[in-house]
Structures are given as structure tokens and as C-alpha cells.
Design a protein around this ligand. Structure first.
Ligand code: TXA
Ligand code: MG
Length: 357
């Protein structure tokens, strides 16, 4: 990648891979993850109020934000991501008042869940009110969350907007957990990227439907079924209920293989012996074959959640043929992590096809 970085005063301007005669740049502004500079926040808010697109950190993954009520901005967001129009966006708001403003009504269950989990990685689906059909994929419902990342919250408050923000990856690619991932996928198709370092959680929010008598998990995520007092969800839930879960997802440009617990190094050695360039994500201490690139050594589901998307992208950057990822138990947070991992491994894109739909 033609990555020319100029760092001055915490501002990084990056040219992404494009012909030398045409070197568009995306402005990447460094910002503290704990005490964001009001000037940087104000700049992001101004871009959003003007109908622009801003890549920004949340506690889960980086999001690509646009004014949720600006049809043109949201249409551009879909186009930049290469996202199917029937896959609705999560609307991010600053507080429960923001939920009331975009919902037709807020059922008691939604209120309870919001009181317990917001700000945080739970997305609550309610009947849609004042929010355009382009944002909700015409579903009649709207998915809403209050992120806990200080930068996301500060931009929400400064802009006064409800922000539609899907994960800031090109459709089908691993979710971005660092600003560099956003730049790598979207380049100057976005107007501004805020870089607050790696996301603390690394895995997306849980999406729950709060319109019925009890919460229904539509997409497994950081908040587990047990956290919600529900029976375990063995996989991603009902594909028809959360449109995004039926699309090809999370695939890097190399193959992804899932190895049973304890077998990662052995599988990596076998693939290497067969002449492949191999990367490995497995707990340390199990003996790594010579020449295999170890990308991360997470000890449990929390650790794997934090590093998985980054490791998939580093595997492709290292130009390996295959990355072997050792499975974790598929219970609790492991259900969501293994859902992502299985999708990354199953994707046709992982076999070398074009990644974008
Ligand atoms: O942690 C997250 O949720 C991140 C950060 C940026 O907030 N966002 C995120 O957005 O993962 P996205 O667009 O990559 O995934 C949103 C998921 C998709 O599966 C989509 O189909 C589902 O939420 N969704 C959105 N609106 C919905 C609705 N009204 N009903 C059911 N599912 C919905
Ligand atoms: Mg996504």
C-alpha cells in the first residue's frame, strides 16, 4: 500500500493506494480515547452536520457515522460500504431521550434494557418513528444504541444528531478495530477519521428485539444471552430477523481455518509442510512450528474477541495463504466470537474470490 503518513500535531494525513497522479487523502485526526479534544470533536460534528461521513471509534468496533435523518448522507454511506440497501443501520444516540426521538414508542422492556446496559454494547430494536426508511432498510423497526466510548459520546452530544453508524469496513470484510483498518478499507471515500487507538472490546454489540414480551437476540455480540437472563444462543440467531447476519462477512483476503482447541499448532505445521504460508492465532505454550507467523495468543473468548478482527487483517497484510485460528468454547461470549470466526472461515471470499459483493 502506498501509505504516506505525515504526523504533525497529532494529525495524520494518509494517502491510500491510488495512482501517483491522483493522490487523494483522507484526514485522520488523533484524539484521546479518554478525554477527547473539544476542537477535534467539534470538527467531526461539523462534518456530520454538513452531511459528511466520519469514521469514529466506539467501544466495540469503529463505526462509519452519518446523520441518520439525512437521506443523501445515508445513501452515500451505503454506497461507500458497498452495503445492500435492505441491511438496516444501527442508530447511535447520546441517551434514552435519543431513543424516544427515533422510536414510535419505547416499550417497558426496551426501557429496562437501556437502563441496565447503556451506555454500552447492547443495541435495542423498537418500532421506528422519526427516522427515514433508507436508514432502517424499510423494516418499520429501528435498532438503537448509546455507545460508551467517550469519543463517540462526545461527537453525538456536540452534533446533536442521531448517527447511523455501521461498522466502518467495506461490506464483507472484517470489522475495523483500529483507525488504520478504516483507512485501509474506505480511504478517501470518507471525509474524516478519528483515531483513538484500538477498540477496547473488539466485537460488535448484541442486537436484541425488545418489541415482544421478552428480549430476543437477533445478533450475538458482546452482551451474552446469560447476561440478558436468556437461554444460550448457539449461533447468530435467526437470519431472517437481523438482515445483516445473512450476508457474507468478516472475510480477509486469505483463507481462514478453525482448529479445535489444542490443535492449532499441529494444523499449522501440517499446512506449512504442504507448502503453504501459515499464520496462527492460538494460546501460547503449545509449541509453534518454525516459520509459522503467530499473530496473537489469546487465552480465552474475551481475549480472542479483542484481537480476532485485527489478526485476520494482519494475516492478509502478511500475505499468508491461510490463518489458523484455534476455537474457544462456544458458550457465553464464545458464542459471538465463534459466530464471527465461522463466518470468516466459511466465506467464499476467504477462498480467494473478490471480497466485495
Ligand atoms: O457494535 C456495533 O454494533 C457496531 C458499532 C459501530 O456500533 N455497529 C455495527 O453495525 O456492528 P453493523 O451495521 O455492522 O451491524 C448492524 C447489525 C446488522 O446485522 C443489521 O442487520 C442489524 O444490526 N440491524 C440494524 N437494524 C436492525 C433492525 N431494525 N432490525 C433487526 N436488525 C437490525
Ligand atoms: Mg458490520
Amino acid at each position: 500500500m502506498n501509505d504516506r503518513r505525515r504526523v504533525s500535531d497529532r494529525t495524520v494525513t494518509t494517502a491510500v493506494s491510488r495512482p501517483a497522479v491522483d493522490s487523494p487523502v483522507v484526514t485522520v485526526l488523533g484524539v484521546s480515547a479518554t478525554a477527547p479534544d473539544p476542537a477535534v470533536v467539534a470538527r467531526a460534528a461539523a462534518v456530520l452536520r454538513a452531511g459528511g461521513l466520519v469514521g469514529l471509534p466506539t467501544e466495540t468496533v469503529y463505526g462509519l457515522a452519518a446523520d441518520a435523518r439525512d437521506d443523501a448522507a445515508v445513501r452515500r454511506l451505503f454506497s461507500v460500504k458497498g452495503r445492500p440497501a435492505d441491511n438496516p443501520l444501527i442508530v447511535h444516540v447520546a441517551d434514552i431521550g435519543g431513543l424516544e426521538a427515533v422510536a414510535r414508542s419505547v416499550p417497558p422492556l426496551a426501557r429496562e434494557l437501556a437502563a441496565r446496559w447503556w451506555p454500552g454494547p447492547l443495541t435495542i430494536v423498537v418500532d421506528a418513528g422519526d427516522v427515514p426508511a433508507v436508514t432502517t432498510g424499510g423494516l418499520g423497526s429501528v435498532a438503537v444504541r448509546v455507545p460508551s466510548h467517550p469519543v463517540a459520546l462526545a461527537v453525538l452530544r456536540a452534533s446533536g444528531l442521531a448517527l447511523a453508524a455501521p461498522s466502518a469496513n467495506r461490506s464483507g470484510r472484517p470489522s475495523p478495530t483500529r483507525a488504520a483498518h478504516v483507512v485501509a478499507d474506505l480511504g478517501d471515500d470518507v471525509d474524516l477519521v478519528l483515531d483513538a487507538g484500538p477498540c477496547a472490546l473488539g466485537l460488535e454489540s448484541t442486537v436484541v428485539d425488545a418489541r415482544g414480551p421478552e428480549a430476543v437476540v437477533l445478533r450475538a455480540g458482546w452482551v451474552t444471552a446469560a447476561d440478558l437472563g436468556l437461554p444460550g444462543v448457539p449461533d447468530a440467531g435467526d437470519d431472517s430477523a437481523s438482515p445483516g447476519t445473512r450476508y457474507r462477512h468478516y472475510a480477509p483476503r486469505c483463507r481462514v481455518e478453525v482448529a479445535a482447541p489444542g490443535t492449532g499448532p499441529r494444523r499449522a505445521a501440517a499446512l506449512q509442510a504442504a507448502g503453504e504460508r501459515v499464520a496462527l492465532v492460538a494460546p501460547a505454550g503449545t509449541g509453534v512450528p518454525d516459520g509459522v507467523l503467530v499473530l496473537a495468543a489469546p487465552v480465552d473468548a474475551v481475549g480472542l474477541a479483542r484481537v480476532l478482527f485485527d489478526a485476520l487483517r494482519r494475516a492478509e497484510d502478511a500475505a499468508v495463504d491461510v490463518v489458523v485460528v484455534e476455537a474457544v468454547a462456544g458458550t457465553g461470549l464464545g458464542a459471538a466470537v465463534m459466530d464471527r470466526l465461522h463466518r470468516a472461515a466459511a466465506s467464499p471470499a476467504a477462498a480467494g474470490d473478490a471480497v466485495l459483493p
